[in-house]
Design a binder for this molecule. Structure first.
Ligand code: KIV
Length: 274
């Protein structure tokens, strides 16, 4: 059965929620089969899939293309698709139109957008249009240029207070969940205790209502050092590298393809062809 917004909200304070990113059909299918509750088609695909330095170049078309594939693979998991940079920032109208396109064309269950009180009007309008919204505060990668890099957010009293106020503004605007990225654990805990909506943490410690990770980070897919908060559950890069090397060697020494990988034909036919 497809998970609903109410299945998720009912778990607040009792049963932690799991979420992973996915950007394609087979990964979504595997995550779904593992019973992970939510899948995020993150605009992180700009970095981990398309090779950009940041998420700013990602388009609505990119999100729809990957969102469609993920939705085809997610039978039970609740799918959230990110609204990319400049798809909601310019105006409330842009926000509703692009959220509507993403929902209609991908078949996802909700959209996510970055920013706090300054985008509460966008959140309110999208929710009024019947589209569930996940907020995203703390480290917001689309603002990398104003943040001056990817750093832990909310460490000073002023910054922590702003994040608390942002969480409240998003809840009041109707977001059903808020992603808390890269902030001190105790701040995320305070937000989680005060909020009536779900908090989903990434680098925000142990006390959020749920956790999300970029799957390439948790699988060790990229072969590069990842962020402190991303626990690595596998060394996929190492496994792939060894397999690709072995394939290359076997192509070169003709041990691939083997007898078991080839198709036979009667010798008479071959003779008749000569
Ligand atoms: O784009 C993304 O993958 C995200 C996560 C980092 C939460 O927004």
């Amino acid at each position: 059965m497809k998970k609903t917004i109410f299945d998720l909200l009912n778990r607040k304070g009792s049963s932690p929620i799991s979420m992973l990113t996915a950007y394609d059909y087979p990964t979504a299918r595997t995550i779904d089969q593992a019973g992970v509750d939510m899948i995020l088609v993150g605009d992180s695909l700009g970095n981990v899939l398309l090779g950009y330095d940041n998420t700013l170049a990602v388009t609505v078309e990119d999100m729809i293309h990957h969102g469609k594939a993920v939705c085809r693979g997610a039978q039970e998991a609740f799918v959230v698709v990110d609204m990319p940079f400049m798809s909601y920032q310019p105006s409330v109208e842009d926000a509703v139109r692009n959220a509507g396109r993403i929902l209609k064309e991908t078949g996802c269950q909700a959209v996510k957008l970055e920013g706090g009180a300054e985008y509460a009007d966008r959140v309110r309008a999208i929710v009024q249009a019947g589209i569930p919204v996940v907020g995203h505060i703390g480290l917001t990668p689309q603002s990398v240029n104003t943040m001056g890099g990817y750093k832990v957010q909310g460490k000073s009293l002023k910054d922590a207070r702003k994040i608390l106020e942002d969480a409240k503004a998003l809840e009041e605007a109707g977001a059903f969940a808020i992603t808390l990225e890269c902030m001190p654990e105790a701040l995320a805990q305070l937000i989680t205790e005060r909020a009536g909506v779900l908090t989903i943490g990434i680098g925000a410690g142990r006390y959020c209502d749920g956790q999300v990770l970029v799957y390439q980070d948790m699988l060790g897919y990229t072969g590069t050092k990842t962020v402190k908060f991303a626990k690595q559950y596998a060394d996929l890069h190492g496994i792939m590298l060894e397999a690709f090397k072995q394939y290359k060697t076997e192509c070169e020494n003709r041990s691939f393809p083997g007898d078991e990988h080839t198709f036979a034909i009667s010798e008479e036919i071959i003779e008749a062809l000569k």
